[in-house]
Design a protein around this ligand. Structure first.
Ligand code: UDP
Length: 321
């Protein structure tokens, strides 16, 4: 198989490329290196990397024509980046996906669209199923533009399936973590681990009682590969995540313990962290019934092991920079 991975130099994309190459696929990456980093893929000389944006339709067309399948991961992600660059977020995420859909449909190449648990918004439920209603905040609260842009991407992909029978599948990823994820754009685990390794206070936003379920990237990638090979999943949306719920405060304590750091915890009001009017999700966990039934998905890596892998990775990177 020949696969195109948009956003292949990013955190999840680079792990996906590794897995594709390991099973013998030819891999092409399209990445503008806005949040992706060349270092994420430089250990993979077999892949071909084109440094450009998914907004360049001519490039996307040329690449799509020459492959069998497309994994579309390129997007503006990370709360901090979204809040600071809302125009880039909206245009990249909506127009970028529109172009990828136009071109994959033109050549009939199956497309896997990576979406996000953010699309569930601030629903008061704690466990989210694919068919649940979505509750998105008002348009003047800019953080919601990310959720809205990814929801439009999903609508568009599903519309292509419905109207044109273009083979697509949507993977809604919940808080995926692991080596190579950077804290630069706000993601909590690499941020707190870096702080712990530098013996700085760990910044816990709000009261720290909000909870998340963190999934190891190594458990996510095989699910993406399987969704791509199975035609009976086309036109469907699947949650991918884990059920290991942890509050952010407990997470911070765990990180201090596992790094052996002398850091303390500093509670930071949301307004200070993200600007005024920020709305956080209190709890978020995936219902995994649908993906379990479809492909037998089961997340296996425990939180402690996930944290250790991130700690090792960041320790190594801090030594080399
Ligand atoms: N968070 C935190 N300290 C940080 C970064 C994030 O307490 O330095 C919190 C954030 O407010 C949220 C949770 O950790 O409640 C997860 O944040 P992240 O941005 O990783 O993912 P989200 O679930 O918000 O998409």
């Amino acid at each position: 198989m020949r696969a195109l991975v948009t956003g292949g130099a990013g955190f999840i994309g680079s792990h996906l490329c590794e897995a594709l190459l390991a099973r013998g696929d030819a891999v092409f990456v399209l990445d503008d290196l806005s949040t992706g980093r060349f270092e994420n893929i430089e250990h993979l000389p077999a892949l071909e990397c084109i440094i450009d944006t998914v907004l360049n339709q001519d490039i996307v067309r040329d690449l799509v024509r020459d492959v069998d399948v497309v994994y579309h991961l390129a997007a503006t992600v990370g709360v901090q980046l979204v809040v600071n660059h809302p125009v880039q977020t909206i245009v990249n995420n909506i127009r970028g996906t529109e172009i990828v859909l136009e071109e994959t449909c033109r050549y009939r190449r199956k497309l896997l669209l990576t979406s996000t648990s953010e699309v569930y918004g601030k629903g008061t439920g704690e466990v989210f199923s694919e068919d649940d209603d979505r509750v998105i905040g008002p348009t003047h609260l800019i953080r919601w533009c990310y959720a809205a842009s990814k929801a439009i991407d999903e609508f568009l992909a599903l519309a292509y399936w419905r109207e044109k029978r273009h083979p697509i599948v949507v993977a809604r990823l919940f808080n995926t973590v692991g080596p190579r994820q950077t804290g630069r754009y706000g993601m909590v685990i690499p941020t707190l681990v870096s702080q712990a390794l530098r013996a700085e206070p760990l910044t816990v936003y709000g009261d720290g009682q909000q909870s998340r379920c963190f999934t190891y990237v190594g458990d996510v990638v095989p699910a993406l590969l399987t969704l791509m090979t199975r035609s009976d999943v086309n036109g469907e949306v699947y949650n991918i995540g884990s059920n290991q719920r942890v509050t952010i405060e407990a997470l911070a304590h765990k990180i201090i313990e596992r790094t052996g750091s002398k850091s303390s915890i500093k509670y930071v009001p949301y307004g200070e962290a993200y600007g005024p009017g920020y709305e956080d999700m209190r709890h978020r966990a995936p219902c995994l019934k649908k993906i379990r039934a479809a492909i037998g998905y089961e997340p296996r890596t425990l939180l402690d092991a996930i944290l250790d892998s991130v700690i090792d990775d960041l320790r190594m990177r801090m030594k080399t920079t």
